[in-house]
Design a protein around this ligand. Structure first.
Ligand code: ZN
Length: 201
């Protein structure tokens, strides 16, 4: 894929695409306050994937910045932050939301969730994700406070802000426009929205 088509990540849903080594992925926070859970898998071996716990000891940050390269669970480069107009606040600490998260939050019926969205997006490409790695949560604001506590805060990103990520291997990128509407991680309006991405050549 290199036609630079603007691809929609529907509100509350996921989308995946194949990306070649060297291509740049532009992830756009179209409406400004939407968290986008992001996964990357080695196209030749889906058992190798971007890993937050392997990336943090490499970048020595909980919040990656421009110039930082994320690693796989085999400690190989997979995605590099090339540009960031979204306030440089992202999250590497929180697991993807899932049915259990919403059950704990009191949901009695099905709630869309990023875990199901990852697997559905991969299935759309005829692929099967072997597990649900901890995602790179783009635009997600999880501040580490002075007393070491964490909180779910609204994004600092703005409408149309974006990040550019360079693929360091042939990979499958997967996104979920997080459907969280109980805690204000997608803004105080509690209204998850769509987001968009482009694969630039
Ligand atoms: Zn989510």
């Amino acid at each position: 894929m290199s036609d630079q088509t603007l691809i929609t990540i529907p509100a509350r849903k996921g989308k995946a695409a194949r990306v070649k080594k060297g291509q740049i992925i532009k992830v756009i926070n179209t409406h400004g306050e939407q968290v986008v859970d992001t996964w990357a898998f080695n196209q030749d071996d889906l058992n190798e994937f971007m890993s937050m716990e392997h990336s943090r000891p490499h970048i020595l940050k909980v919040n990656p910045k421009v110039g930082d390269t994320m690693l796989t669970n085999k400690r190989r480069p997979i995605l590099t932050f090339v540009e960031d107009t979204a306030g440089a606040v992202h999250d590497t600490l929180m697991a993807a939301c899932d049915r259990y998260r919403y059950e704990l939050l009191g949901c009695k019926e099905h709630h869309d969730n990023c875990t199901d969205n990852l697997h559905a997006a991969m299935h759309e490409l005829g692929l099967h994700a072997p597990e649900t790695p901890s995602p790179l949560n783009l635009f997600m604001n999880i501040p580490v406070h002075d007393d070491d506590s964490l909180s779910f805060d609204p994004p600092v990103s703005t409408k149309g802000s974006y990040v550019l990520l360079r693929a360091e291997m042939d990979l499958v990128i997967a996104f979920s426009a997080c459907p969280q509407d109980i805690v204000p991680i997608n803004g105080k309006g509690l209204k998850p929205t769509e987001a968009h991405f482009q694969v630039l050549s």
